[in-house]
Design a protein around this ligand. Structure first.
Ligand SMILES: Nc1ncnc2c1ncn2[C@@H]1O[C@H](COP(=O)(O)OP(=O)(O)OP(=O)(O)O)[C@@H](O)[C@H]1O
Ligand SMILES: [Mg+2]
Length: 380
C-alpha cells in the first residue's frame, strides 16, 4: 500500500531534530525496527556527508550481509564504498558509513582489560570462572557494554555521529539503569562484605569450610574457593576504575550532544512501552529527540469502500474473487484505522504532535531498502 498524502503540516525534518547531535540512541520495544532504523539513519547521514558509525545489536542476517557485516566484531569497520555504490548506484554517499555488530561479552572483557591496573589483574579476571559466569549473568551487562562502547567511540573514534541500536530489553529501564546497576554490583554492599577480611570470604577461608572446598576440588577438579578468592581480589583493584567509567557512561547519556529516538510500532504493547520509556527519559532528564511510529498500515483514499469494490470488480473478476479482494481491503482499512487511532493516542499522551510515521515497506534489508526507509524518516 502506498502512503496517503498527509493533510497535516509536515513534521520538522529529521535533520533539524538531530542538528548538533553526535550520539543518537535508538530505543524501543522488541521487534519494532530499532536495528533497521539505526542502520537506515546511519546510512542516510553518511550519504549526506557525515562520518557515521552505527553500533548494531543482533541484526537480522540479511541486513548484516547488506552492510558487509559477516561476523561479530568489536570495532566498527568501514562499509566498502564500492559495496554501497553497487547496491545503490543512484545515490551518492558523500560521507563514510562504519558499522559494527556489538559483541557484548567481548566488549565487557575489553573494558576489564582497559581498567585492569596490571597484567596479573587482567589475566586473573578474564580467566576466572566466576567472572565468566557473572559477566553474562548480571542484568544490564549487555546494555552497559553497548553504552561503554559508545563512550569509547565517542572519545576515540573520530566520528561525526554515532548511532546506537539498543538490545531488545525486557524493560526499557534495563538500559537506563545499567550504569547504576553495574556500579552497585561492583561497589555494592554484598561485594564489600565479601571483600572485607571479616566477611564471608574470611569465613570461607576458615579451616572448616576450606576443608569442604578441598574435598570438592579433589572430587571435581574445580577449585571454587580459589576462584572466588582470586575473583574478589582482582575485582577489588577494578572497583574504582569501573565506577569512574560507569559515571562517564552515565554522563554521556545525558550529554547535550546525545539524543534518544524512541521507535514503536502502532501495536498496543510497544506503544505502552514507548510511553513508559518517554516518561522515564523525562524523569531521568535525558534528551528526547523524537518518536518514530514504524510498520504502520496506510490505505490510499482512492481505494474506496469495500462494498463498492465488490460491485465494481464483480464483473471483471467474478463474484468470488471480487469478494476476496473487498474483504482484504476491508481488513487493511480496519488495521489502518486502528493504527491511526494509536498514533493519535501517542501524540496526545507524549505531547509529541509530529511523530515520524513510517509505513511497512517492501524490503528494508538491503541498501536500497534502507535508503527508502531513510527518506521516510527524513521526510525527504
Ligand atoms: N518499515 C519497515 N517496513 C518493512 N519491514 C520492516 C520495517 N521496519 C522493520 N522491518 C522488519 O521488521 C523486522 C524487525 O526489525 P528489526 O530487527 O529492525 O527490529 P528490532 O526492534 O531491532 O528487533 P529486536 O528488538 O529483536 O532487536 C525485520 O524483519 C525488519 O526487516
Ligand atoms: Mg534489533
Amino acid at each position: 500500500m502506498t502512503r496517503r498524502a498527509s493533510p497535516q503540516p509536515s513534521p520538522p525534518p529529521l535533520h533539524a531534530r538531530l542538528a548538533g547531535k553526535r550520539i543518537v540512541i535508538v530505543a524501543g520495544s522488541g521487534g519494532v525496527g530499532k536495528t533497521t532504523a539505526s542502520a537506515a539513519l546511519a546510512l542516510g547521514l553518511a550519504a549526506a556527508g557525515s562520518r557515521v558509525a552505527v553500533v548494531t545489536i543482533d541484526p537480522a542476517q540479511r541486513l548484516a550481509e547488506s552492510l558487509g557485516l559477516q561476523q561479530l566484531g568489536n570495532e566498527p569497520r568501514r562499509v566498502e564504498p564500492e559495496l554501497l555504490e553497487a547496491a545503490a548506484p543512484d545515490t551518492e554517499i558523500r560521507g563514510e558509513l562504519w558499522a559494527m555488530m556489538l559483541d557484548p561479552k567481548a566488549t565487557f572483557d575489553d573494558l576489564m582489560v582497559r581498567l585492569s591496573p596490571d597484567a596479573r589483574t587482567r589475566d586473573d579476571v578474564l580467566g576466572n570462572r566466576i567472572y565468566r559466569e557473572l559477566s553474562s549473568a548480571v542484568a544490564g551487562t549487555q546494555e552497559f557494554s553497548a553504552i561503554a562502547k559508545l563512550y569509547e567511540l565517542h572519545h576515540e573514534g573520530g566520528f561525526d555521529v554515532l548511532v546506537l541500536d539498543t538490545p531488545p530489553s525486557r524493560n526499557a529501564l534495563d538500559f537506563l539503569d545499567a550504569p547504576d546497576r553495574l556500579t552497585d554490583f561492583f561497589e555494592g554492599r554484598v561485594l564489600k562484605g565479601l571483600l572485607a577480611p571479616t566477611g564471608i570470604t574470611g569465613r570461607l577461608l576458615g579451616a572448616g569450610t576450606s576443608a569442604v572446598f578441598a574435598v570438592l576440588k579433589r572430587v571435581t577438579g574445580v577449585d571454587l574457593l580459589g576462584d572466588i578468592a582470586v575473583f574478589l581480589r582482582s575485582l577489588g583493584g577494578l572497583v574504582d576504575g569501573f565506577k569512574q567509567r560507569a559515571a562517564g557512561v552515565k554522563a554521556l547519556l545525558a550529554d547535550r550532544a546525545t539524543t534518544f529516538l524512541i521507535v514503536t510500532s502502532p501495536e498496543r504493547e510497544p506503544v505502552a512501552e514507548a510511553i513508559f520509556f518517554r516518561d522515564k527519559l523525562r524523569e531521568a532528564r535525558l534528551p528526547f529527540g523524537g518518536l518514530i511510529v514504524n510498520l504502520t498500515e496506510e490505505v490510499e483514499d482512492c481505494v474506496g469502500a469495500p462494498e463498492d469494490l465488490r460491485g465494481e470488480l464483480g464483473e471483471a473478476l467474478g463474484a468470488r474473487l471480487a469478494g476476496k479482494v473487498a474483504d482484504a481491503v476491508a481488513d487493511t482499512q480496519l488495521l489502518a484505522a486502528r493504527h491511526a487511532e494509536s498514533i493519535e493516542r501517542l501524540k496526545a499522551r507524549l505531547g509529541e504532535p509530529d511523530p515520524i510515521v513510517v509505513p511497512r515497506l517492501d524490503d528494508v534489508t538491503d541498501v536500497e531498502g534502507l535508503l527508502a526507509l531513510y527518506r521516510r524518516l527524513a521526510n525527504a
